[in-house]
Design a protein around this ligand. Sequence first.
Ligand code: BMX
Ligand code: ZN
Length: 311
Amino acid sequence: MMKRYAIGIDIGGTNLRAGLVSEEGEIVRKIKKPTTEKVFESITEAIEEIRHDEIVGIGLGVAGLIDRETGRVLVSSSLHAIEGMNLVDEIKKIFNVPVFIENDANIAALGEKIGGAGRGFRNFVLLTLGTGIGGGIIYQDKLLNVPAEIGHMSIKSDTEKCQCGNIGCLENYASARAMVTNAVAMLEKGKESLLTECCKGSFYKLTPEDIYSAALDGDNLSRDILRDAGKNLGVGLANIINMLSPEAIILTGGLIGAWNIYVQEAIKEASRRAFKHLFNSVKIIRSSLVDDAGIVGAAYLVFNELSRDTC
Ligand code: BMX
Ligand code: ZN
């Protein structure tokens, strides 16, 4: 039987990743480009660059609130250029193949289920720990068709508003963006830290990597910021464990590099808060596909949807 390929595209606020994936789960080709202001053009250029004559479809993983049925991007605070657009219809018009769409973290969960750390579990929750915090839920071996906007669960009640309209979102206390905002505020107050040297006084250039390497060099402010963000993440993990009691929580995204301080603190906090029986039966582990999870998941969205349509 002819080998079938699909294109999987992972469109995050910072980078866009595209891959040509076989039905056996092999990534034949992949590219990574910055997500420019012209998001739609970036997507079509990536498809042109990676396409293959025999593709059966295109899967799109988009950061934001998605309507899977209509193919529309409802809300995307980091991809304003395609907000409100029916991305599925627009891509279909150009490439004339079936197109499917899902939230970026949801599609990463599908990727880990198909070819990564999620293969051995029937029920798990995936969190993307990056600029924002995304979520995806695999339940009884299937991707749950829900927004799973875990980064926007409230963990504090009386603080400033999130860009999503909610108050006290997990993302504003545990994401990379939260860490940098915290660090800049402390440095502007004149707090002693190695971070002052590394960004030579231009605090806006600070990155989460700077914070983590300063923490490894013994910088107390950086350690406190990572521990504080980890503690907040732990509140979110405890909520997930008590609500869903998954077999596993799979963590992915840039912040996984700070596992030893940030994630360890989160696991400690979750153990303090969640039901003991539930905490003891959940494995909190790293993604194995890492940046490729979105590409694999988006391609499998195509294979899954096409096989659904045929039965
Ligand atoms: C935000 C939200 C989620 C997304 C998560 C991770 C937007 C644009 N994004 O919480 O839909 O999954 O960020 O996004 O509203 P990333 O691009 O940082 O991985
Ligand atoms: Zn929010």
